[in-house]
Design a protein around this ligand. Structure first.
Ligand SMILES: Nc1ncnc2c1ncn2[C@@H]1O[C@H](COP(=O)(O)OP(=O)(O)OP(=O)(O)O)[C@@H](O)[C@H]1O
Ligand SMILES: [Mg+2]
Length: 236
């Protein structure tokens, strides 16, 4: 198992970047050496957008990463689509070898490398290659970020089952509250999931109104993550 965390999710928009930013912030505060890679990011309309709005920029800011964005996100595409489709529509074909090479160049074994996937576990990354295939090849401990609302038990169990079918042991899950007004589905999510799966629950992040990667917000979110178990699980 590698010294890192692959962050996948039950879907796009579930909070993978918010979790990556929170981990980055907390690792920096704890003086834990780490890096972050977003191998492919879509919806990057121009350079200005990349520096202001991207996942890579958010995590770079949260973790005060010194690397330039080009060393964090090797591939960007204009349209906000799955990477395979966004690349094809720009006339670009990325092979599995090319993608793996560009990621491996950025991994330093001495530090915890956080890698954020794109979309959910079975999102197409490049030719004949899903997020799941990348996780399997990199052999990274895998963290699943999920929502907490209606349907989330189903999405989370499906994601965990698919990982295990590939003999990838999930590191744990982080449940993320995306609604300002949690109802019964949201507040019972963890207990419902725990009835059907023994996966470690590494955190339950509260809704952060108008989320910004600022210290006060990141501190609050980080206080809901079980870092002791997370770090133990990575290195076990
Ligand atoms: N705990 C939270 N409280 C409030 N808003 C949140 C929270 N987590 C995420 N969000 C918001 O939800 C949106 C999606 O989150 P995020 O970008 O982290 O998802 P993602 O899984 O990384 O998406 P993608 O698949 O596009 O990479 C963002 O606008 C983010 O600010
Ligand atoms: Mg993201």
């Amino acid at each position: 198992m590698r010294n890192g965390i692959f962050i996948t999710g039950t879907d796009t928009g579930v909070g993978k970047t918010v979790v990556a930013g929170t981990l980055a912030y907390a690792f920096r505060r704890r003086k834990i050496d780490f890096g972050y890679i977003k191998p492919l990011e879509t919806g990057i309309v121009d350079n200005d957008y990349l520096h202001r709005e991207s996942d890579a920029a958010l995590v770079k800011q949260a973790g005060a990463l010194p690397e330039p964005l080009t060393k964090i996100v090797p591939y960007t595409f204009r349209e906000a689509l799955a990477p395979l489709l966004a690349a094809r529509r720009q006339g670009i074909i990325i092979s599995r070898d090319k993608l793996l090479n560009s990621i491996r160049k950025l991994i330093k074994p001495s530090r915890i490398t956080i890698i954020e996937g794109a979309g959910g576990l079975l999102a197409p990354l490049c030719e004949n290659y899903l997020v799941l295939n990348l996780i399997k090849e990199l052999n990274f401990p895998t963290l699943v970020v999920c929502r907490t609302g209606l349907g989330s038990v189903n999405h989370t169990l499906l994601t965990l089952e698919r990982l295990r079918r590939e003999e990838i042991k999930p590191l744990g899950i982080i449940a993320n509250h995306l609604s300002p007004e949690p109802g019964i589905a949201e507040t019972t999510f963890i207990s419902q999931l725990a009835e059907f799966d023994q996966v470690p629950i590494l955190g339950e992040l509260p809704y952060a109104d108008n989320f910004q990667a600022e210290p006060a917000t990141l501190d609050k979110l980080a206080s809901h993550i079980d870092f002791k178990t997370l770090l133990r699980q990575i290195h076990s």
